[in-house]
Design a protein around this ligand. Structure first.
Ligand code: LMR
Length: 394
């Protein structure tokens, strides 16, 4: 049987992680995979998570199964964090999933179950795993223009022109904040225009929100998602806790299916639980438990918010420093967008040859499309990166 298996292309981001590990140079710099690192290059366990873990260890008295949808307290807490009070709880069907990727996967499967004809519109570019999962599920994808390589901003006219091609029941995948891989995000009026288009065409928005709190702050980063939920009759949302709670390996995410028609809740909730059962039965609980403890315990929540804010502002400082350094060394404003982008990532707009030269000659690792993880830098390595970019002639 195994003879029939074909070799599959490696995931580019994960292959890059390995290549970086294998590089013996001490001066190497990892700007690849989207994992937060502090100035010392460490991905720390957040203080509130560590404390929640201690408290939970003291009080946990069983490892018996949770429900198929996971712990309801986790769903309630995360729905509150992402959606605030824009909808009532009865309008949100939700299941815990293994990470944000699990939520994305279950969302696509739900779309397929509900409407096998649905096409999924994805930004060009998007997180490569979106495309890979859709391909694996045999779902049709349509790319819409998103990024203007020249300005480093959103090509909003192109995006809207391409989205005019959606049919009722098609799904439009949007990034809630901190667009991966570009770092370029929609403004509030642009979100409003997208919402109008969704309503005019009958397409269903799906939002992947994996970096809430990394861009402009917890509330600001959720504003687009909340506007969509308020303005559209049905919305799918895949939320990840990997980055903003720093619990990558615990695999903690939530899939939400919002309908303004509360009579849809029971069947939708049942379908989500069914999908969990078919794929892995019960979702992981440990990370979800830590998140709900942090969010519902005032001292832990305050400490988490403070630490997350430090993480966010630290990345913003690095952005500003890099934009200024590139301006100084290149004598042009070409890279000014780095300071405007938000979140962990910026797509620099370098050619594959430049990306390769940075890796080969300088030990600087970024994704092949020239996406950098800002958190892979610190004050000392920003000038090294800027000099290397200018030196390879980018
Ligand atoms: C990334 O884009 O680097 C992260 O979302 C990690 C991953 O799984 O690809």
């Amino acid at each position: 049987m195994f003879d029939h298996l074909k070799e599959l292309p490696a995931d580019k981001i994960l292959a890059l992680m390995q290549a970086y590990k294998d590089d013996p140079r001490e001066t190497k710099i990892d700007l690849g995979v989207g994992v937060y690192k502090n100035p010392e290059g460490v991905t720390p366990i957040m203080r509130a998570i560590k404390t929640a873990e201690k408290r939970w260890w003291e009080s946990e008295d069983t490892k018996a199964y949770t429900g198929l949808a996971g712990d309801p307290a986790f769903s309630d807490a995360l729905i509150g964090l992402v959606l605030g009070d824009v909808v009532s709880r009865e309008q949100v069907a939700a299941v815990a999933t293994p990470g944000g990727t699990g939520a994305v996967r279950q969302a696509f499967e739900l779309v397929k179950m509900a409407n096998p004809e649905a096409r999924v519109f994805v930004s060009d570019p998007t997180w490569p795993n979106h495309l890979s999962i859709l391909k694996h599920l045999g779902m049709e994808t349509v790319a819409y223009r998103y990024f203007d390589e020249e300005s480093g901003g959103v090509d909003f006219d192109g995006m809207m022109a391409d989205l005019k091609g959606v049919k009722p029941g098609d799904v439009v995948l949007l990034h809630g904040c901190c667009h991966n891989p570009t770092g370029a995000n929609l403004t509030s009026p642009e979100w409003d225009a997208v919402i109008k288009l969704m309503n005019d065409t009958g397409a269903v928005p799906m939002i992947d929100i994996a970096y809430q709190g990394f861009g402009d702050g917890l509330e600001a980063d959720a504003a687009g998602t909340r506007a969509v939920v308020k303005g559209c009759p049905e919305v799918l949302i895949a939320a990840s806790c990997s980055k903003n709670f720093g619990i990558y390996r615990e695999r903690t995410g939530l899939l939400m299916a919002v309908s303004h028609d509360a009579s849809k809740h029971k069947v939708t909730q049942g379908n989500l639980a069914y999908l969990n059962r078919q794929n892995y039965s019960f979702p992981p609980d440990h990370g979800a438990r830590l998140v709900s403890l942090v969010l519902t315990t005032p001292d832990l929540r305050a400490d988490w918010e403070a630490e997350l804010e430090d993480v966010r502002t630290g990345m913003l400082e690095l952005r500003k420093q890099l934009a200024a350094e590139l301006q100084r060394l290149s004598g042009s404003d070409r890279f000014g967008f780095v300071g405007q982008h938000r979140g962990m990532f910026s797509r620099l707009g370098l050619s594959p040859e430049h990306v390769e030269a940075l890796r080969r000659d300088h030990g600087i690792y970024m994704v092949g499309d020239s996406r950098i993880n800002i958190a892979g830098l610190n004050q000392k390595t920003v000038p090294i990166l800027a000099e290397a970019i200018v030196e390879v002639g980018a």
